[in-house]
Design a binder for this molecule. Structure first.
Ligand code: GRF
Length: 198
């Protein structure tokens, strides 16, 4: 079974979904490690599930050292594929090189609209009628790598950032596991900016 790592910085609802699917045998890959760049609720989910964690504060040791140590742990754990699920840092350098086309990120907008932080808030402030969720491969750009899966979520009258974010998150909870399964099965081919699902 493909061994994956999930990188987190926050609440961990996507991680919780992945852990739940892994436990019931529906994920089809093994969560071999969870890495966090700070103490966060997501870490608790990993610990309770008995998943090995790498948790060092990147603010204390600096992002380069954090990524180097994380890479070491990923190699030791035999991780082949990485999912960023609310991970608040850009992956760079050797970590990115070693996992080229093997890192997925989930983002709460229809990219390339509203990359970066506060995507849901920014989309609402812009007055969009439709937003959504995107799962994409990670490259050196911020939320800019080739898109694997994307699904629209309508903005409803009276929506605020919390209500819209919640509906987007429930879509993320379907799309991220699906993208992980496709990538693990070797079904995602990258052709320039596009991906083809075979
Ligand atoms: C999600 O909305 C994801 O798109 C973004 O960060 C959020 C993480 O949520 N990158 P959670 O920590 O999985 O609940």
């Amino acid at each position: 079974m493909t061994r994956i790592a999930v990188l987190v910085s926050g609440r961990g609802s996507n991680l919780a979904r992945l852990v739940q699917m892994a436990a019931s045998g529906d994920l089809g890959v093994q969560i071999a490690m969870v890495a966090a760049d700070r103490e966060c609720p997501a870490l608790q989910i990993a610990r309770e599930a008995g998943v090995p964690v790498f948790a060092e504060d990147a603010r204390a040791i600096g992002p380069e050292i954090w990524q180097a140590r994380c890479l070491e742990r990923l190699s030791q754990a035999g991780v082949e594929l990485i999912a960023l699920a609310g991970f608040m840092r850009v992956i760079r350098g050797e970590l990115l090189d070693r996992y080229a086309h093997a890192i997925l990120n989930v983002h709460p907008s229809l990219l390339p609209a509203f990359p970066g932080k506060d995507a849901v808030r920014n989309a609402l402030a812009h007055g969009v009628r439709v937003s959504g969720a995107t799962v994409h491969l990670v490259d050196e750009t911020l939320d800019g790598g080739p898109i694997v899966l994307q699904e629209a979520v309508p903005v409803l009258p009276g929506d605020d950032a919390d209500s819209l974010a919640e509906r987007i998150r429930s879509v993320e909870h379907r799309l991220l596991p699906q993208a992980i399964q496709l990538l693990a099965a070797g079904r995602v081919r990258v052709q320039g900016r596009r991906t083809v699902i075979v």
